[in-house]
Design a protein around this ligand. Structure first.
Ligand code: NAD
Length: 435
């Protein structure tokens, strides 16, 4: 254990990051920047080749940084699991989606751990980063890594959980500066993993168990999901009463303490907030406990795309036009502003619901040139302003900052603004319907 810790302090350890997506690539880059020899391991040959060719496919990681780290030999990439044989330290950053039934899909964690189990050896430390329900590290990873290996946890090898908190598109908090919560299966595991992460990241916050670290991540994301659900319901209630929810939120936010601003919108998106709390509510069922806050917020948030579509119907009704056959332009399909991530985006539901009603839908997004639907592919309109002026209704779903909202307001004949992107100008304009 002491020797392994020294290898981290002296930056001599060989680090492998399994899964080179939104989480894994920035983490691999942070370890390489700290001076470790890092190999990124992914099933996707395109990702490994891109890195070896000095190309980043993650917006927050510049090409130049990948080129520099690859040229210096600090960063490598591969699809070959054999690289785990030489690894001192392994971070697992594979996806944790939901199944169609709403249950956790741990298949990526299971297959990554099965591969790792073939190569686990003494003096190795493994950290799971994928968001998951409390208990996964101990109940799923630990048996797989000890079965048939004869290795003893906390003595021969070390296992911990450390949740990733990256917020794509954010520049004030990065993988390096974001405090990293970490909890091991044993106290030795915590100590070794903290020596590794502490040698590369600015602040490591240790907790007493892997379960506490797993739960901390779910508390953070459940907090956001429930507060967004609450403010979405506030938007629905304000709508019924004819009160401007945006004005109400701004007024409440003048309170210097005890209030935190959350904004309503057309629904939740991304790989984390809509999904992670459901991992917790699923796990709680095995304790005969119904996680009511989570279920309620999920129900409200899931219905927000329908609420947004009802606003489009109201807008068309106001000009005596039928929904069927109308031309609707959706502005922004990414799940949040200024990023290129479409996962779980409410725009997909809004588009689908509009199409079901016979609407002719087009979209524009500077970050997402095209995307697949169940029955085909959609492409971003090439000429934004001509699409804005020819649409019956423009629906602002994602408030990307590069849009010229004043020009859009001038050119459009009718706008549904689900994000208050037009601000007070939208409030004053008779051609704008707001959430
Ligand atoms: N994206 C975010 O903003 C974010 C933030 C915090 C936490 N997380 C969590 O981090 C985890 C990873 O998310 P992500 O957004 O990076 O996912 P992602 O889909 O962008 O990347 C995951 C990568 O893992 C690879 N992979 C899958 N199985 C593998 C295996 N067996 N071996 C090696 N590579 C494998 C995939 O090919 C993919 O490149 C998830 O649990 C997610 O909930 C994500």
């Amino acid at each position: 254990m002491g020797k392994l810790i020294d290898r981290f302090r002296n930056k001599q350890a060989h680090v492998v990051v399994m899964g080179l997506g939104y989480v894994g690539l920035p983490l691999a880059v942070a370890f390489a920047e700290a001076g470790f020899d890092v190999t990124g391991l992914d099933l996707d040959d395109n990702k490994a080749s891109a890195i070896l060719n000095g190309k980043s496919y993650i917006q927050d990681v510049p090409d130049e940084q990948v080129q520099r780290l690859v040229a210096s030999g600090k960063l490598k990439a591969t699809t070959s699991f054999g690289v785990l044989r030489q690894a001192d330290a392994v971070s697992i950053c594979v996806p944790t989606p939901l199944r169609k039934t709403g249950d956790p899909d741990l298949s990526f964690i299971l297959s990554a751990t099965d591969e790792l189990a073939k190569y686990i050896h003494p003096d190795m430390v493994v950290v799971l980063e994928s968001t998951t329900y409390p208990g996964t590290t101990r109940e799923i990873l630990l048996p797989k890594l000890t079965e048939n290996t004869g290795l003893k946890i906390g003595e021969d090898f070390f296992l911990a959980f450390s949740p990733e908190r990256v917020d794509p598109g954010r520049t004030d908090w990065t993988t390096f500066t974001m405090p990293k919560v970490l909890g091991g299966i044993t106290s030795n595991c915590t100590e070794v993993a903290a020596a590794w992460y502490g040698a590369a990241l600015q602040t490591v916050v240790t907790v007493s168990s892997a379960e506490a670290a797993e739960m901390a991540k779910l508390l953070e994301n459940t907090f956001r999901m429930i507060n967004i659900g609450m403010v979405n319901e506030m938007a629905i209630m304000c709508d019924r009463m004819g009160v401007d929810v945006w004005e109400v939120i701004d007024a409440a936010a003048t309170k210097p303490f005890g209030f935190m601003k959350f904004l309503p919108g057309p629904g939740l998106g991304g790989h984390c907030i809509p999904i992670d709390p459901l991992y917790l509510s699923w796990k709680m069922k095995s304790f005969n406990y119904n996680a009511r806050f989570i279920e309620l917020a999920s129900e409200i948030n899931t219905n927000m795309p329908r609420f947004a579509v009802s606003k489009v119907q109201d807008a068309l009704n106001g000009i005596a036009k039928s929904v069927k056959g109308s031309q609707v332009l959706v502005l922004g399909v990414a799940y949040k502003p200024n990023i290129d991530d479409l996962r779980e985006s409410p725009a997909l539901d809004v588009i689908h619901l509009l199409q079901q009603k016979g609407v002719v839908v087009s979209y524009h997004d500077p970050y997402i040139p095209h995307f697949k639907q169940d029955d085909g592919e959609m492409h971003s309109v090439p000429d934004l302003m001509s699409a804005v002026s020819s649409a019956d209704v423009v629906v602002i779903i994602t408030n990307h900052s590069e849009y010229d909202y004043a020009a859009i307001l001038d050119s459009a004949s009718l706008i549904v603004d689900t994000r208050n992107a037009l601000g007070s100008k939208g409030k004053e304009s008779p051609k704008v319907v707001r959430l």
